[in-house]
Design a protein. Structure first.
Length: 280
């Protein structure tokens, strides 16, 4: 395929839009208050060891990078949105973790082939628009025999359904961009990685979220803190009827997933996948 100037410019504009979206609100709050358990789960499942060279791709504020560093590994946290690093540096310092922070596009990682023992991403790379290119980069920078480990929201789970709910209200995605929750489909991710990996293990699990007293509290929290939700609301801000309709749908989503403990308690499903890069 011939890459034209127009294609390069379009990709640059798309990445700038993604960077701006994730800088909205306070993703660090979501990572540390809502899904704080996911990073340590991925680190443990990937068997990160002292002295290993570890890359956290689409690291955000370091939900994986910080617990990985606390094992004694040498960790690079990379993300398209460096605005998230300030909170990450504070969290790392508070926990005594030594992490290197580097701005990087998951679709064009600025690292050498085979540079890392372990390459991880927790609900991060799923948001890069071109899935195959992203998967190719994860494998490329991992050494033969090294580990690639990812956690991603499933299409059927709560966050997958959050994006399905917001989709009719959002601007259409650019040509070629794929839905993020596909990364939570085992067959899709296996196809992306192909025969370049072996010893693939997968499991669907849930993280329990019991931070909200009512469905409306969830909605308002995400409207305030979660970049993709903020961006959708901004796109319909001039249409009060659509804003009110999305308000209702997001509260209804939380009601549907409420497990009924008295307050709004939600089990968010994710796919955990661990693979080893083939040596031959």
């Amino acid at each position: 395929m011939t890459v034209t100037t127009e294609m390069v410019d379009a990709d640059r504009a798309l990445k700038a839009k993604h960077r701006a979206m994730w800088a909205l609100g306070n993703y660090s709050a979501v990572a540390t208050e809502i899904i704080q358990d996911l990073g340590p789960i991925l680190v443990e499942a990937s068997a990160v060891q002292p002295g290993q060279r570890v890359l956290d791709v689409a690291a955000g504020s370091g939900n994986v990078a910080i617990p990985a560093a606390l094992t004694g590994a040498s960790v690079v946290a990379s993300d398209l949105t460096p605005e998230l690093f300030e909170a990450g540096r504070r969290l790392a310092a508070a926990r005594g973790a030594d992490v290197e922070w580097q701005q990087a596009d998951a679709e064009a990682l600025p690292f050498a082939d085979n540079e890392f023992d372990t390459v991880l991403s927790c609900v991060g790379v799923m948001f890069a628009p071109h899935h195959q290119v992203t998967a190719d980069e994860l494998v490329r920078v991992c050494r033969p025999g090294g580990t690639v480990g990812v956690i991603n929201w499933t299409p059927e789970g709560f966050i997958g359904q959050l994006f399905a709910t917001m989709k009719p209200y959002a601007p259409p995605p650019p040509p070629g961009a794929q839905p993020p929750p596909l990364w939570g489909n085992e067959d899709h991710v296996r196809a992306l990685l192909g025969d370049r990996v072996t010893d693939v293990t997968t499991v669907r699990q849930t993280v329990r979220v019991d931070n909200f007293d009512a469905p409306e509290d969830f909605r308002e929290y995400f409207k305030t803190n979660y970049g993709p939700t903020i961006a959708v609301y901004r796109s319909i801000a001039a249409d009060p009827d659509r804003v009110a309709a999305l308000d209702r749908e997001l509260a209804d989503l939380a009601r549907r997933f409420d497990v009924g403990t008295g307050t709004t308690t939600l089990d968010w499903e994710y796919l955990l996948l661990i693979a080893r890069k083939r040596t031959g």
